[in-house]
Design a protein around this ligand. Structure first.
Ligand SMILES: NC(=O)c1ccc[n+]([C@@H]2O[C@H](COP(=O)([O-])OP(=O)(O)OC[C@H]3O[C@@H](n4cnc5c(N)ncnc54)[C@H](O)[C@@H]3O)[C@@H](O)[C@H]2O)c1
Length: 267
């Protein structure tokens, strides 16, 4: 009994690439995949964070390597997929996790603000889906996971551009699931609720940019109130959802948006 279940969730023998793996959700996802037996290729623009993340996994006895790539550059995303296959012999799992947020009212946003978020959150995910599917097509199997957000479902003042890119990520996920299913590749999205990471904790910072413990405590309390469970999320809550979608446990699941959000939003 036990073995049957562990096999369904095991990533033994699989190769996974994770973008945005130097920090937050991507970093913990890479760690979860390694703990489940995958060889992991971690990618980011933050070389120091990547080196730390690889060292952490290696220390745990996992197999990990770093490959720097800016997801806004199509050639770099293609090179990442090619490097993973060259180095590890195959590519089974790809997570488009690299992302940035920005807050400003619609009346103040500039074209440069829109172009930046579209380039990273949307086009980066688009290039990632294409590069991964190209590598997975020959194998006739694979799982691609795009990182969306609660922002795609629930409007929040100030988040127009971010929400727009994440809404488009959900739409892209469904189209890719239709196109890639023909050659055995599943495509799903994960839309996390608020998770404490460097991207999300900007409201807890003081004028000097440091985390203010009081602001943080109050902020966590407020966030928890949004959840019927009274919880705030941590990267591991998302990493375990990633494991489900990456593994054979979800072989019948494609084109879906999974929402680890403590029930804060129920579209
Ligand atoms: N933290 C949250 O509350 C939350 C909620 C919903 C969705 N998300 C999404 O989760 C993903 C991960 O965010 P996080 O909270 O872990 O943030 P984070 O800032 O901790 O990690 C994001 C990583 O992406 C990398 N990155 C940024 N631009 C890049 C680029 N052009 N190319 C490659 N890498 C780049 C950063 O260097 C960083 O390491 C994002 O897509 C974000 O939109 C986060």
């Amino acid at each position: 009994m036990h073995d049957e279940l562990s096999q369904a969730f095991s990533l033994e023998g699989r190769v996974a690439a994770v973008t945005g793996a130097a920090s937050g959700i991507g970093r913990d996802t890479a760690r979860v995949f390694a703990l489940a037996g995958a060889q992991v290729v971690l990618s980011d623009i933050d070389a120091a964070g990547l080196a730390e993340a690889v060292a952490e996994i290696t220390e745990l006895g996992g197999v990990a390597e770093a490959h720097a790539a800016d997801v806004a550059q199509r050639t770099e995303v293609d090179a990442l997929a090619e490097a993973a296959v060259r180095s590890r012999g195959r590519l089974d799992i790809w997570v488009n996790c690299a992302g940035v947020a920005a807050t400003m009212p619609v009346l103040e946003a500039t074209e440069a603000d829109i172009d930046r978020l579209v380039a990273i959150n949307l086009k980066g995910t688009y290039w990632g889906c294409a590069a991964a599917a190209r590598a997975m097509q020959a194998q006739g199997a694979g799982s691609i996971i795009n990182v969306s957000s609660t922002g795609a479902d629930s409007a929040a003042a100030g988040f127009s551009i971010y929400a727009m890119t994440k809404g488009a990520v959900n739409t892209l996920t469904r189209t890719c699931a239709k196109e890639f299913g023909a050659f055995g590749v599943r495509v799903n999205a994960i839309a996390p609720g608020w998770i404490e990471t460097p991207l999300a904790n900007f409201r807890f910072r003081n004028a000097a940019g440091e985390i203010d413990p009081q602001l943080r405590e109050q902020g966590l309390r407020d966030r928890a109130k949004a959840s019927p469970l009274g919880l705030t999320g941590v990267p591991r809550d998302v990493g375990l959802a990633m494991l489900y979608l990456a593994s054979d446990a979800s072989r019948f699941v494609t084109g879906q948006v999974l929402r680890p959000n403590g029930g804060a939003s129920m579209p």
